[in-house]
Ligand binder design. Structure first.
Ligand code: OSB
Ligand code: MG
Length: 368
């Protein structure tokens, strides 16, 4: 296959609810949508998970646009590509910028699968026909707001509740949650809000038998996490700290975590996600698929990845309708009894809704 044309769109979609983490609040979701056309005029789609501002990582929508426009798209245009695994090779002399790389790589995977007439899940080696999903709940104004939200999501069937925590919104909050929901599979995500000085607080969370605590310490750390994991009973899960197979290998070797959250964008694409998945599997480290408040395009990629066999814990990829009044794929991603049925159609398995896409497009540019 050869990529003949790439279109970048600056998208803006409004979340149904403000999403608050230890960093701040987000409601307008700006992101890049990428459409790549092959020599037969077929289109493959990818989504950049970078945010408008660099609070989760250093990448932003604008840095992704720059790296795509000036480096990644020129590298790929007109290149003969036999398999999507070659894309990360072609990008290997461009450092980091994983979310930018993943955007284009994801579109190549979609195109490749359409050409082969197979689903993305099948192409990745996935075997599940349905995947288990949990939900990630932002920091709320009051504990009773949080309890009411959890109650609703439990009723909807979500398989585990993830609660965002930060200093001052942690032990007492989790105690209330556990009191009201003694058996619900529960975890906490700190988005790097603590240091080893907070070890007593982090130890106090052991009491609630959480499935895991996600990224308690610095976003670039694996050393202190290893120290922490020795001190607490709750399994540590790394999110922000893992950008590659090599990061995962080192974290496992050091004992920095017992679980890894794989986000396709954070690790530079589906090929690297699969390598990390396989590595974790060989070390009996379970993985799950993280979320980045994606539109339907990114959501579809997450669904396909989650079909791999070591994704044994529920992911954050909830239903489209949880986030959006109107998503940009047809059909939307739906959740029934806590499961998403994996589409079997070729490619990502959902149709991009071009009308909706146009409606949310702020700016677009085509390269050929
Ligand atoms: O840390 O997992 C995270 C959202 C944005 C950035 C980082 C994170 C999250 C979530 C929400 O937890 C996941 C989702 O529902 O898409
Ligand atoms: Mg996280």
């Amino acid at each position: 296959m050869r990529i003949k044309e790439v279109t970048l769109r600056h998208m803006q979609m409004r979340l149904k609810f403000p999403f608050t983490t230890s960093f701040g609040t987000l409601q307008n979701r700006d992101f890049i949508l990428l459409e790549a056309k092959d020599e037969n005029g077929r289109s493959g789609w990818g989504e950049s998970v970078a945010f408008h501002s660099p609070w989760y990582s250093e990448e932003t929508m604008k840095t992704n646009w720059h790296i795509l426009e000036d480096f990644l798209i020129p590298t790929l245009l007109d290149q003969e590509i036999k398999h999507p695994d070659e894309v990360s090779e072609l990008f290997s002399n461009i450092r980091k910028n994983n979310m930018a790389k993943s955007t284009l790589e994801g579109a190549v995977w979609d195109l490749y699968c359409q050409e082969q007439g197979i689903s993305l899940a099948a192409a990745l080696g996935g075997q599940k026909s349905k995947i288990e999903v949990g939900i990630s709940i932002g920091i709320q104004d009051t504990v009773s707001d949080l309890l009411r939200l959890i109650e609703g999501h439990v009723e909807e069937g979500y398989k585990r509740m993830k609660v965002k925590i930060k200093p001052g919104w942690d032990v007492d909050v989790m105690r209330e949650v556990r009191k009201e929901f003694p058996d619900v599979p529960l975890m906490a995500d700190a988005n790097s809000a603590y240091t080893l000085k907070d070890i007593d607080t982090l130890k106090a969370l052991d009491e609630f038998e959480l499935m895991m605590i996600e990224q308690p310490l610095a976003s670039d750390d694996i050393i202190d996490h290893a120290r922490l994991q020795k001190e607490i009973a709750t399994p540590v899960c790394l999110d922000e700290s893992i950008h590659s197979y090599e990061d995962a290998r080192k974290a496992i070797e050091l004992g920095s975590c017992r679980i890894i959250n794989i986000k396709i964008g954070r690790v530079g694409g589906l090929s690297e996600s699969k390598r990390i998945h396989d590595l974790c599997q060989s070390h009996e480290i379970p993985v799950w698929c993280g979320g980045m408040l994606e539109s339907g395009i990114g959501r579809a990629h997450n669904v396909a990845l989650t079909t791999l066999s070591n994704f044994t814990l529920p992911g954050d990829t909830a239903a489209s309708s949880r986030y959006w009044e109107t998503d940009i794929i047809k059909p939307e991603v739906t959740v029934k009894d806590g499961y998403i049925s994996v589409p079997e159609k070729p490619g990502i398995g959902y149709e991009p809704d071009l009308e909706a896409i146009d409606r949310f497009t702020m700016e677009k540019k085509t390269f050929s």
